[in-house]
Design a protein around this ligand. Structure first.
Ligand code: MCA
Ligand code: AMP
Length: 494
């Protein structure tokens, strides 16, 4: 059996690991369910041999069972977003060459046509659980374990593959840096197809033998009621969630606001990440709750890389210092390391936390590394020993509410609209979303286009958070001498 992942998930622990609605599960229960699932998945085989197994499940005991069960059986887990439209699912399943998809009774019927078209075997967790635990394969740390899709400067998202060793390194650095203990209780309401929810919250929590409360989505009244009742002592979210909490407080009376803020105040840690936390938000949160947000920086390809300290000064507008075991270096445009403070350069990362490869894409993998360093595309500067993000080298990457979106992917879809002649998608600064997706469109002669109609047209063609929040119709897009759209000019225009 795997000694590599989750040493604390054993069968001699009666403390609570997971809470889902009004049910709670001990570490012993979770562990034996995972083993039963892994055995069922193996069937007559002795090892899944890096077979790709997709999860189509909301945050739940089932999700945890499948994720860790696939790891224990030797497969590569490919978590999917249950809110993705079919066209995106088809792309992910095809790109990852997924062979099996595991879901629950709620989704199975909707997934049948797609899985049958793609020749993917489809089953529910309960069906696979029917077996008793058998022996599971030994796991080499170098084995591929997970594939997460990330948008980038290319049109379509790429599959980021991490190994058992990568995952362990990504978890262990955070356990130490953020002082996780088995007394911790954390809510998990972030989507479970990204690092933030999977590694930072779920895996760290289970590794630390803490208690993880599972929520299928960010349900404001439910979560704030539990905060008020002092259920949690650690809270991790994207900046948009802190903004939305503050907006929600405006709809409540003073007494309720004070009670919720007191719940936050009583916690040992509030973390913000996945996108820049504006200094104004940092200060608002501190004055409301007394909590000094701990901001950290990460990426699907590296897990977490840089963090403000748990003990020590947390600086507004800064992402902090390299995490234990993570090498960070800024490089200038000629690829020379920058040693001076105050000079901006690209963040490059080295360490056991760095992913193995982009799935089926050796060219993209090779391009993203230089002299052993992973090139993040994020530009930063060091000031008084702390890193501060200044922006990204690509204007085509947008961060909206913590989701990384590719402008090119959205443009590609919009261009299939019969009335659109040309389009440029940009991210525009936005108080709630960090950046909001805006499409600047040139329409075909004689055509007209209204925002609501375009939004309806986009429904089902792309995940809802990718749909532009606004459009601007122009006669023609500004282009340079090479014919390339000059997006910085458009940003100024908007
Ligand atoms: C929802 N909507 C959005 C977004 N989310 N629009 C733009 N950007 C978004 N991120 C829109 C929906 O399309 C819908 O529009 C309306 O908001 C309400 O949707 P709903 O799902 O109810 O919204 P919500 O529950 O309030 O969601 C907001 C959210 C969610 C909770 C902030 O976006 C979220 O969970 N974001 C976190 C993503 C994440 O985990 N990222 C980490 C990536 P309409 O009403 O018009 O239909 S990992 C990473 O970045 C690295 C490794 C790192 O450093 O962590
Ligand atoms: P993803 O591909 O979803 O993993 O997103 C990773 C990207 O999110 C990074 O490359 C950064 O651009 C951005 N990011 C993550 N954390 C922060 C942060 N604290 N401040 C600014 N940007 C961040």
């Amino acid at each position: 059996m795997s000694e590599v992942l989750f040493p604390s998930l054993t069968s001699d622990q009666e403390t609570i690991a997971l809470v889902e609605n009004d049910k709670s599960y001990t570490y012993t229960e979770v562990n034996s369910r995972i083993n039963r699932f892994a055995s069922g998945l193996l069937g007559e085989a002795v090892d899944l041999e890096e077979e790709r197994v997709s999860l189509f499940l909301p945050a739940s005991m089932d999700y945890v069972t499948v994720l860790i069960g696939v790891w224990r059986a030797g497969g590569i887990a490919v978590p999917l977003n249950v809110a993705s439209p079919i066209s995106e699912l088809e792309y992910y399943l095809t790109c990852a060459r997924v062979t099996r998809l595991v879901t629950n009774s709620e989704y199975i019927d909707a997934l049948k046509p797609l899985c049958s078209e793609l020749g993917i075997s489809l089953g529910t967790v309960d069906e696979i659980l029917a077996k008793q635990p058998g022996s599971l394969p030994d796991m080499e740390p170098s084995r591929r374990a997970m594939m997460l899709f990330t948008s980038g400067t290319t049109n379509k998202p790429k599959g980021v593959v991490s190994t058992h060793h990568t995952i362990r390194a990504q978890i262990e650095t955070l356990l130490k840096a953020w002082a996780w203990t088995d007394k911790d209780v954390v809510p998990l309401f972030l989507p479970l197809h990204h690092i933030h929810g999977i590694i930072n919250i779920l895996c760290c929590g289970l590794w630390a033998r803490a208690k993880v409360h599972l929520f299928p989505k960010f349900d404001m009244p439910d979560i704030t009621a539990k905060v008020k009742d002092n259920v949690f002592n650690v809270f991790m979210a994207v900046p948009t969630i802190y903004v939305k909490l503050i907006q929600y407080f405006e709809s409540l009376n003073m007494e309720e606001v004070n009670a919720i803020c007191q719940g936050f105040k009583n916690m040992r840690l509030n973390i913000s990440g996945s996108a820049a936390c504006p200094a104004k938000l940092f200060e608002q949160w501190q004055s409301l709750t007394g909590q000094i947000l701990l901001e950290r920086y990460g990426m699907t390809e590296i897990g977490m890389g840089i963090s403000n300290p748990y003990n020590g000064v947390r600086r507004a507008g800064y992402i902090g210092q390299p995490l234990p075991g993570v090498d960070v270096q800024l490089f200038d445009e000629k690829h020379a390391p920058i040693s001076a403070e105050g000079v901006a350069g690209e963040i490059r990362i080295r360490g056991d936390n760095v992913f193995l490869e982009y799935w089926d894409n050796p060219e993209a993998t090779a391009e993203s590394f230089r002299d052993g360093w992973f090139c993040t595309g994020d530009v930063a500067v060091i000031e008084d020993g702390y890193y501060r993000i200044m922006g990204r080298s690509s204007i085509d990457i947008i961060k909206s509410g913590g989701y990384k979106l590719s402008a090119l992917e959205i443009e590609g879809m919009l261009l299939t609209h019969e009335d659109i002649r040309e389009v440029a998608v940009i991210g525009v600064e936005d108080e709630t979303w960090g950046e909001a997706v805006v499409a600047v469109i040139g329409i075909k002669e004689g055509a007209s286009l209204h925002y609501e109609d375009l939004k309806n047209w986009c429904d089902g063609k792309m995940s809802s958070y990718k749909i532009p929040k606004a459009i601007k119709i122009v006669d023609s897009l500004p282009r340079n001498a090479m014919g390339k759209v000059t997006k910085p000019d458009l940003k100024k225009l908007i």
